[in-house]
Design a protein around this ligand. Sequence first.
Ligand code: NAD
Length: 490
Amino acid sequence: MAQRLHNFIGGSWRPSAATEALNVLNPASGETLAEVPLSPAEEVAQAAEAAARAFPDWRRTPAGDRVQPLFKLKALLEDNLDSLARAITEECGKTYAESAGEMRRAIENVECACGIPSLMQGRNNEDIAPGIDEHMIRQPLGVVAAITPFNFPGMIPFWFLPYAVATGNCFILKPSERVPITSARIFELLQAAGFPPGVVQLVNGGREAVNAILDHPEIRAISFVGSTPTARYIYSRAGANGKRAQCQGGAKNPVVILPDADMEMTTRILADSAFGCAGQRCLAASVAVTVGDARPALTGRMVEIARSRKVGFGLDAGVEMGPVISAESKARIESLIGLGLKEGARVLVDGRNTIIPGCEGGFFVRPTILDDVAPAGEIARTEIFGPVLSLMHAATIDEAIAIVNRRSFGNMACIFTTDGANARRFRYEVNAGNVGINVGVAAPVAWFPFSGWGESFFGDLHAQAHHGVEFYTQTKVVIERWPRDWSRKF
Ligand code: NAD
């Protein structure tokens, strides 16, 4: 029987009393890896209460001491990178190199948060009036929580956790119920890193656990990453309960290719962006808009690359693309390809009905390219979240920018060109939180904030870096007068 995962509450591993559980599958084989409990609301309450008990001492721990477990965690993550990457590939499907890459970004966020003693500093002015000084200090919020998606189980919790705890908060993670094994491994390392009991907690589950987090009065702030409908729901329920919220949603990322682009480099990078992680990246290129003569040069090369991409189990040598996350996801992607064809697109490479020898139970969709996708059609607007690239064509850069800005999502937009003036114009005019210029996945490093615009993000402060510090702290302003002579009249 598959091993049932536990929650980590109050500094120890606890079996959940959940009556419902789900099987966690290896998407490359369909094999069951573990069982994840759908924890009831009471277990979220236990985690929130343990965190609230830990908070007074943790916030009083000097910032320089609070980051010591993070330094230790960095070393533990480095030492265990191989096994963490393997765990990610097994439950999430991406290749080993992609899994190791996401752990590198996780580690980078831990490193960044180790700078909290500087990052968390306030501001002050002496003599805002004669003899009166004003200070702004940052204090932690209390108990905070993050709810994360399936596609980056090793990285996304680290957009939040290091900043939350380094600033003095106590933290609860509710990982995706589809990929909970990586979180269990990470929490073993968090335990070994020496955080006091209650500072970091893990509660497995689905909707009931999420709703309990959104409603629990001790939990002051919510960080969410997932699809847009869920992000919108979380943002409104958290807001109605008076909580801070930052909710990252879905995406539909366009890439514009001008005729002067270096086509060899462009096609290689575009293919990695569209088909890397089987297209299950919020920064995956999903629409390529060629301008003028870029069309024939790009199309032919992209077709070649899409056809030759080696698809299979991500731990096998030479595999360049893994499966999608589930049978439901495969069926959804295939039906969206069908919808594109009904809307008038032509399929240049068709990845439907893929069976990989040796991985017959897996959920594979090969790279797919749709051409002549109508900019106003449903397929041009809907997030497919699979290895499907839609091609559109524009006569001018103005037309291409209009296509880019027509969509409701605003996570990323990229341009490939050798013309600096056009690149600058694109950067200036596109509605997107992340812009790539001759870059296919414009994912900010840990010391820059990360988030989209439009329907890709609900909130104000983004993830990572100084935005993380601001999100997890509240400012207090102190105005003080210390006269030498108390007998003087003020
Ligand atoms: P999802 O919205 O299905 O799930 C995300 C989390 O929300 C999970 O922990 C899940 O348990 C919970 N959840 C799902 N439905 C819920 C409901 N009705 N009520 C309460 N909780 C609910 O997302 P997913 O399929 O795991 O992840 C893929 C999505 O995430 C894609 O849309 C992708 O673009 C997006 N994503 C966005 C970013 C970003 O930075 N903007 C990054 C990664 C992924």
